[in-house]
Design a protein around this ligand. Sequence first.
Ligand code: C5P
Length: 416
Amino acid sequence: MRCPANPLGWCKLVRMQIQRHKILLGVTGGIAAYKSADLVRRLREREFDVRVVMTSGACEFVTPLTFQALSGNLVHRDLFDEQAESAMGHIQLARWADYVLVAPATADFMAKLAGGRADDLLTTLCLATTAPLILAPSMNKQMWRNVATSNNLRLLLSRGVRVIGPVEGDQACGDKGEGRMTEPADIAEVMHRWVGRGCLSGLSVLVTAGPTQEALDPVRYLSNHSSGKMGYAVAAAAADAGATVKLVSGPTSLATPFGVERFSAVSALDMHRCVMENILGSNIFIGAAAVADYSPAEPAEKKIKKSSDGISISLHKTRDILADVASLKSRPFTVGFAAETENVETYARSKLSSKGIDLIAANDVSKSDRGFESNDNELYLYWKGGSKVLGLGPKIQVARKFIDVIADLYHEKYPA
Ligand code: C5P
């Protein structure tokens, strides 16, 4: 179904059809529990249906009546409350939820969840639900840094739990640091993006990002200025749009975006191998990495000694990952990047056809306020029969618009 007035209107139609998602909001016993009252309002403003489950600790901070009034629903507290169970039993509640969001999630709650405990209503629901689980942790900065909490977090992330925050700032205990619960409006915004912009729901996306390093000898390499920020933003935006995302990354210092599975590659050859191992089943491939075009033909096994005459190094051409993906028999929708300093459209369009890809995103790297290591970017998109400019803005914002265009073109090419 497509909006006649807007041939690229797929995302908007999906948004309209899936407006009222059901969120089970778990509130645990931390000082940030008072902020969760505002979170209920913010989520309802975003058209979510909200039901609240409180732990006994949470009830020490805020009364259930507050959440009842704000959510418009009875608050659930007790696993053994006959009245509540007969109205909506805990298994029914677990099935009702499209998403389970726990905010604030205390260190103790994360530990219980990591250990698979089910000793109160909220932990039982978390075990009994098949809905995605999202945590907004809140705790003192030392508790957040504690190795026990870090290990629990790692375990939960490896099980697919998503985490929003925490953020840095003043803490109720007088400390300053990382551990504050993300602000309610920001949590609601993230939920809205994850849920409401599901224009890539059900699709698998493989993204490459960052530079590659081509060894000259055991201590030196050839590389480039790519920071990986654009590719990481694209991977994050694809995950936010509901895709299952794999990211094959060259060496960068960036954190893996939430909900993204990351594979590390060093050289162009590594990256090629890793992409080919993971491409099967991908619906969309986005080659955002700055892959080296040339690699030393014979890297020295021992450190090359200084010579007064200079040295020459023979380079061979690396394999073009993007072109190889595009020439696969059963190929994904293939998207490439082009860094240009002049004649942007002409060069980008010639790459579009020579590499046989569906869409190319060009950036003008001659301008110092965008591209490479910058936090901002502007993209010129070209595809057969169309083009679009995504104006200068933070890379994550540009990436979200880019993902919308990719989704529209993908669904146009492969109608449901
Ligand atoms: O040909 P050029 O390097 O300008 O093309 C850039 C595009 O090709 C980017 O999408 C980049 O990720 C991809 N590429 C690749 N493998 C290479 C070289 C470039 O996938 N060896």
